[in-house]
Design a protein around this ligand. Structure first.
Ligand SMILES: Cc1cc2nc3c(=O)[nH]c(=O)nc-3n(C[C@H](O)[C@H](O)[C@H](O)COP(=O)(O)OP(=O)(O)OC[C@H]3O[C@@H](n4cnc5c(N)ncnc54)[C@H](O)[C@@H]3O)c2cc1C
Length: 410
């Protein structure tokens, strides 16, 4: 089946799939190696370009990136390169043997063990730096472990990175929340040449409505960290219609008692839903009900109160407006809010790192912050994006950190 995929690929001279991949995966070259039976070389090429290739091949929004831009897709089925990538990169992780690297006497601290932090730790270790990876939680992965449901991304894949990091000589410091006892200043005093901040955006956005503190109202990104800790009851209502809302709804339907219901409330029209199309289809197939054009106005112990939203197409675009005369009450034993997230902020305490109005770390496209020796990338800089974008950004910054450390040394 996989050879059927590679033989259909046109190996375009100007591949649109590569152009639309945030990390520019050399898809045609990998396909060629795969067809020639050079699986190991193909997998090495993928890992060198994107150490998280095994993860991206599973969780990337392929319809927006490679697959969505395949020229064959205009008239027939696009090439599903990610299936070949999944096979090659998954196998490669189990076989990975790090090269022998002479270590430089330069230490770099990486704060946050999500996709950006893992990418940075691998790349800097391969460049010979001594890396300490500091993570607030007890395991690596960030959203890969504490957000994306296991049924979408097997944890076994995330675990494999743990052993790769160890074999590369990365020192992992679990349960270490930076910005509390340890600050960025302390790290420089202890001789770190550079610090890379990759703390993501784990703070849920508030809806700002009455009822948000009630005992049956939760935030999706908190719920996803440990769904088994919650007693949701029979009727669950998820407010939001993006990918995080979909994950929360799909996990909830697996955890509630038989006969229970999960309803998602979307304040826009069906076409306006921001969640990936195939995730929406999967959610509906699993029995999740999605109601559109309802704006939540109040959260109560047994209901979510909403008003209707009207939609009008005008010359300048689509206009949504609440109609406060049309009230709907949706029964709910528990309510999960998924309306975006932002940075926690603590990591830059006691430093002169500038932040944006949204509290994100201000960094240029190469990850330089306003503070000398402090770099940043991933969601903490861009706001919530995707795994592959966090990897692509971290990759760029790894080169900058290398340059900075070597220049500073001489
Ligand atoms: C529920 C959910 C589902 C998603 N699904 C997808 C998907 O299917 N596909 C996709 O491409 N993207 C998806 N995303 C987005 C993607 O996961 C993120 O864009 C990506 O994880 C960002 O990587 P990061 O390294 O910047 O941050 P994170 O993954 O958030 O990692 C940050 C890490 O820093 C740690 N940390 C935070 N503060 C501190 C501190 N002060 N000290 C020490 N450590 C700290 C955190 O514990 C965490 O481990 C999803 C996001 C969510 C929330």
């Amino acid at each position: 089946m996989l050879h059927g995929i590679s033989s259909r690929c046109l190996k375009c001279k100007v591949p649109q799939c590569r152009k639309h991949c945030p990390v520019s995966t050399p898809i045609s070259d990998v396909m060629r190696l795969f067809e020639e039976g050079k699986e190991r070389e193909a997998a090495e090429m993928l890992f060198a370009n994107n150490p998280l290739s095994a993860v991206c091949s599973i969780v990337c929004p392929h319809e927006r990136n490679c697959c969505g831009h395949c020229v064959l897709g205009k008239k027939s089925e696009p090439i599903k390169f990610f299936r070949i990538e999944q096979y090659l990169s998954g196998k490669f992780l189990t076989e990975y043997e790090p090269p022998v690297i002479e270590k430089k006497n330069i230490r770099v601290a990486v704060v946050g063990a999500g996709p950006a932090g893992i990418t940075m730790s691998i790349l800097l270790s391969l460049k010979g730096f001594r890396v300490t990876l500091m993570e607030a939680r007890d395991k690596i992965g960030g959203v890969l472990r504490y957000g994306i449901p296991e049924f979408r991304l097997p944890r076994e894949i995330v675990d494999r990175y743990e052993s790769i990091l160890t074999r590369l000589g990365v020192q992992f410091k679990p349960n270490t929340f930076i910005g509390s006892s340890i600050t960025l200043t302390d790290m420089f005093i202890d001789g770190y040449k550079a610090v890379f901040i990759a703390a993501g955006t784990a703070k849920p956005n508030k809806l700002g409505l009455l009822g948000e503190t009630l005992g049956n109202v939760y935030y999706a990104i908190d719920y996803l960290k440990s769904p088994e800790a919650y007693r949701l009851g029979q009727k669950v209502v998820v407010v939001g219609a993006g990918n995080v809302a979909l994950d929360a709804a799909r996990i909830a339907i697996r955890h509630i008692p038989q006969g229970g219901t999960v309803t998602m409330i979307n304040c826009l029209s069906e076409e306006g839903m921001t969640g990936n199309k195939h995730e929406v289809a999967d959610a509906v197939q699993e029995g999740i009900r999605i109601v559109h054009l309802l704006q939540t106005v109040k959260l109560e112990e047994t209901i979510v109160k909403c008003v209707a939203v009207t939609v009008q197409k005008t010359e300048t675009g689509t206009v949504y407006e609440e109609d406060f005369t049309r009230v709907t009450e949706i029964p709910a034993d528990s309510i999960i809010l998924a309306i975006g997230q932002g940075p926690q902020g603590a990591v830059t305490t006691d430093s002169d790192v500038s932040k944006t109005q949204r509290g994100l770390v201000q960094a240029d496209e190469n990850g330089h912050t306003s503070s000398k020796g402090v770099f940043a990338a991933g969601d903490i800089v861009t706001g919530p994006k995707t795994v592959v974008e966090a990897v692509a950004f971290a990759k760029k910054v790894a080169d900058e950190i290398e340059k900075y450390c070597l220049e500073e040394k001489t």
